[in-house]
Structure formats: C-alpha cells, structure tokens
Write a protein that binds this ligand. Structure first.
Ligand code: PLP
Length: 401
C-alpha cells in the first residue's frame, strides 16, 4: 500500500527512521518474512480488500458513528468535541478491525490456526471471534496469573471455540505468554499464523495492523468534512501499543494543520515506577522483535509497568509512534489513573456513554485541553472501546474498596 514516499511510513525493511525493523532470532526470520510477503501481495489485491470491507460493513457494523458530544462540550466550555465511536463495533472495541484482517490473511495463506498471546484477554476475545467467523482454529497463550484474574474473558474465548493455554513460566503474565506463543508458532509455521494485537512486533506487523485500523481515520475524516465542512483542529487517542491511535491518526498525518496528541498512562504518577509512560520516559531499545522506545532497567530488561487500564500497560510502543514523536508530528502526553477515572465518570454522566478505561485516558486529555481552545475549534477523540468490562472495578474503586 506504500505507494507514496511519505516520511511517516516505513521503508522496505520496515524501518520508521531509526525505529521498527525485524529483530528476530534466526528460527523466526523465515516465517515472519513469509507473512510480510503474503501481506504485501494481499494489500494490492482488490479481492482481499473487498472481502475485508464487506466484513467491516456487514459484521462489525462500520462505518462507526462520529458523534458530536454536545453535553460534554457544554460542560467543558471550549472546543466542539466529537467522539469516534469504536465502542459501537461488534465486540465493543477497535480490536476487531485488525483481527478480521489478520484472520483473512491467515486463511488466504492456507494456515489452520490463529495463535496469539493475551494479557487482559481483550485481544484474545477479538481474535477468537474472528477465528470463529472465518473458520480457523484459535490458540491463545495466557499467563496463569492473568487467567485467574480475567475469568470472564477466558470463558468467552473458550465458548468461541478457542484453546486457552496457561503459561506457568516466570512471572506467569504477558511477557511469558508472548515467548510461549512465539515458541509454538516457530515449531509449526506451516499451520500457525501469529496474530499480533497492536502496531507492535517485527515488520510487517506495525504497518499491517495500522493499515487494518486506518479505516477509523478515513471514516472520521469524511464524517467531519460532511458535518463541519472542514478538518478538525486536534485529534486525541489513547496509546498502549498504539493501534487505535494509529488507526485514527493515519488519514490526517499529511494534514499539517491538524494537531495530533497520543495519551499514555501515567498510572499513579511519573515520579514513581507505577506507570506505563513509554513515550514520555522510555529509551531506545529492542522489544518483541522491534526497535522502539522501551521502559527498561539498566540491563535492558523491560520494566514492570502499571495502568488502571490493562489494555495500555505495555513497556513498549509501536515504532511508528516513536518515529512520529521524533519528527515532531505527534505530541505524547500522559494522564494518571485518577484523571482517567474522573473522565470515565464525566462521560458516563454527561452523555450516557460508558467508555473503556483505556479510552478514558484520551477523554481525560480532552477534559484538560478543550476549555483552553476557542468555541469554534474541533476535537476528535477516539472512543476505542466500551467500558462494560470496567464497571465493577470502577464502582469498587469509587466506594474505596
Ligand atoms: C487494547 C485496547 C487499547 C490499547 O491498544 P492500542 O493498540 O494502543 O490501541 C485501547 N482501548 C481499548 C478499548 C482496548 O481494548
């Protein structure tokens, strides 16, 4: 799909400036190169694009609404606030967009099983859904500790026909689950397709997952031009690995008048170690097959990270984000757990929309920014998912439990 030489895009080896690439052990080089070649071909095949568009329209329910949040706008007193309603997608978040793309690609490559790791289970559920739909098997590796914590998502995956593999090594969480899934994939790349859950990992995943998510920004651009007759002034999205953010940002990168802001979790504050503010405090390093910014200790081991929102507590970030920051095209800020919970409550009360805690990070930045902008300014925030999964947690926290 990379026909123009944009400074914001990857080169042929998957490098966004100094970030990205494919830093892999020898046994993974060939299987991942096969995915890159297959995606290159599929991305230029109108039939593949037609299949994907058809599922996005008829299964996911796209285009998602671009909703003018009038009550929130009035409550904050400043810029006009629009929400891109990815929470209204089937399965309740943006992840289904790229899971369907990956499932279709796997099918096209003749693979039998989608394999992935999952932390909180959101990626696992979206992938198991896509697998059920297109008729592939699905195997999800998950740390034993996460399995105990995320019972409802484990049940969902199993009901959808996925095999959930408990990982008992080391800390028994996401990091070990990644190694475990990669090991199985490498032992049988004939049958398995590794389906990464964000714009992270080795080339081609950061570009491929972005392309699958870019429908979000293409729709938002057309919708705001239709509604307001002009481009927005500011885009805001939460950044974990960075897929919902890249999905919204991609269609606006060349529009230099549009200010773009990514929001990461400051957790309990940037002065301690209970955060996951990779763009703000990370340093260049290698993680999960890519060169990117990483929160790491002196030995280059990824740090233990924290966020109230389990979908964004990741010690790395997609390499394109690191590049966009270096170019000065996108700004990265952070908001705390507390600010995110306050924004969660505000949107729920003002608009009757319960946002995911991940998405609440973007909203918390909107709460800070909107009052400082004139009343004819336009902000689009990505509402990446719905908050049903978070309601018990938030209610307990508000009661001080
Ligand atoms: C997983 C998730 C995220 C974080 O992932 P990105 O790749 O950074 O988008 C954000 N919001 C929701 C609702 C999620 O489920």
């Amino acid at each position: 799909m990379t026909t123009t030489l944009s400074p914001y895009r990857a080169d042929e080896a998957g490098f966004f400036g100094e970030f990205g690439g494919a830093a892999l052990p020898p046994f993974l080089v060939e299987p991942i190169a096969e995915v890159a070649a297959a995606y290159e071909q599929a991305s230029q095949d109108p039939e593949f694009q037609r299949q994907l568009q058809s599922l996005l329209a008829k299964y996911v329910g796209r285009p998602s609404l671009l909703y003018f949040a009038e009550n929130l706008t009035n409550a904050l007193g400043g810029a006009r606030i629009y929400l891109k309603r990815e929470d209204l997608n089937h399965t309740g978040a943006h992840k289904i967009n790229h899971c369907l793309g990956e499932a279709l690609l796997a099918k096209r490559m003749g693979k039998k099983t989608l394999i992935a790791e999952t932390g909180a289970g959101q990626h696992g559920v979206a992938l198991a859904t896509a697998a059920a739909l297109v008729g592939l098997k699905c195997e999800i590796h998950m740390g034993a500790i996460d399995i105990a914590k995320q019972h409802p998502n484990v049940v969902r995956m199993e009901l959808l026909g996925a095999k959930v593999v408990p990982v008992e090594e080391g800390g028994k969480t996401l990091k070990e689950a990644v190694d475990s899934a990669f090991g199985v994939f490498a032992s049988n790349p004939e049958d398995y397709f590794f389906a990464i859950g964000s714009v992270v990992g080795p080339h081609p995943y950061p570009s491929m997952v972005r392309d699958f998510q870019s429908v979000v920004g293409r729709e938002a651009r057309a919708q705001i031009l239709e509604e307001e007759g002009r481009l927005p002034d500011v885009l805001v999205a939460a950044v974990g690995g960075g897929s919902n953010a890249m999905g919204l940002f991609d269609a606006f990168l060349e529009d230099e008048s549009v200010r773009i802001i990514g929001v990461e979790p400051a957790g309990e504050g940037l002065d301690g170690d209970r955060h996951a503010a990779t763009m703000t405090l990370g340093t260049p390093g290698v993680l999960h097959g890519m060169r990117t910014k990483v929160l790491q200790d002196a030995d280059g081991e990824p740090s233990a990270v924290h966020s109230i929102a389990s979908g964004i507590d990741y010690p790395g970030v997609g390499p394109q984000h690191a590049h966009l920051e270096q170019l000065g095209r996108v700004e990265y800020v952070s908001v705390t757990d507390e600010e995110a919970v306050a924004a969660f409550q505000l949107l729920t009360r003002q608009e009757g929309i319960i946002p995911a805690l991940e998405s609440s990070h973007a909203l918390a930045e909107v709460v800070k920014l909107a009052p400082s902008l004139p009343s004819d300014a336009i902000i689009i925030a990505n509402l990446s998912g719905r908050g049903d999964k978070d309601v018990d947690f938030v209610a307990d926290r508000l009661r001080g439990i």
